[in-house]
Design a protein around this ligand. Structure first.
Ligand code: COA
Length: 160
């Protein structure tokens, strides 16, 4: 089924939905660290970009990206299960990658649960590489994989 959605900067009113969706699809079986209050702080933070995919007023996907001086960190990212595999995630990541590039940032780091095979396949397709295994990263009990992407490398390859 074709879906119609837009991407936009998140508003404070989106935080509750983002937090609850994140708890269900990302932080399941873990403590709830990405609460609506924490997401509101990120929406207000000038060094963080919170972008949502919306169908009408309904949030169907979100990404939270923090920008440091020389690198960016993908903090939180997910798509509503009813809207997955329709390109929403790819568009959200393209938005924050482009924002990083225009800010002069070439490297993005992120962590994901070792057992999250879907997430790892997604990132792999977008050119992210596994760089580190971090034991007890989540709640002191679950292993994470750290991934990275060199945006400048990908950009410069396009023009060769
Ligand atoms: C990972 C996630 C964000 C992907 O979002 P999405 O909108 O479904 O992704 P897209 O439709 O843009 O998929 C792009 C590509 O990723 C890969 N991919 C996505 N979902 C996949 C799956 N279930 N199995 C295998 N590959 C998958 C495919 O290569 C896909 O391209 P294709 O559909 O042409 O084959 C989504 O599955 C999700 O929210 N998962 C739960 C939360 C999560 O894992 N967050 C990220 C890590 S914390």
């Amino acid at each position: 089924m074709q879906i119609e959605y837009d991407l936009r900067q998140a508003k404070i009113r989106d935080a509750t939905h983002i937090g609850h969706l994140s708890r269900t699809i990302i932080e399941y079986e873990l403590g709830w660290s990405w609460t609506p209050q924490r997401i509101i702080k990120k929406i207000k933070d000038k060094n963080t970009n919170v972008v949502v995919a919306v169908e009408g007023n309904h949030v169907v996907g979100f990404v939270v990206m923090g920008y440091l001086e020389n690198e960016a960190h993908l903090d939180l990212f997910g798509v509503d299960p009813d809207y997955q595999r329709k390109g929403v995630g790819t568009k959200l990541i393209a938005w924050v990658e482009k924002t990083a590039l225009v800010s002069g940032i070439g490297i993005i780091y992120l962590e994901t649960r070792l057992k999250n095979e879907t997430g790892r396949k997604f990132y792999q397709k977008l050119g992210y590489k596994n760089i580190q295994r971090i034991h007890q990263y989540y709640d002191g009990k679950e292993t994470a994989i750290r991934l990275a992407k060199d945006l400048w490398l990908n950009e410069s390859c396009k023009s060769i």
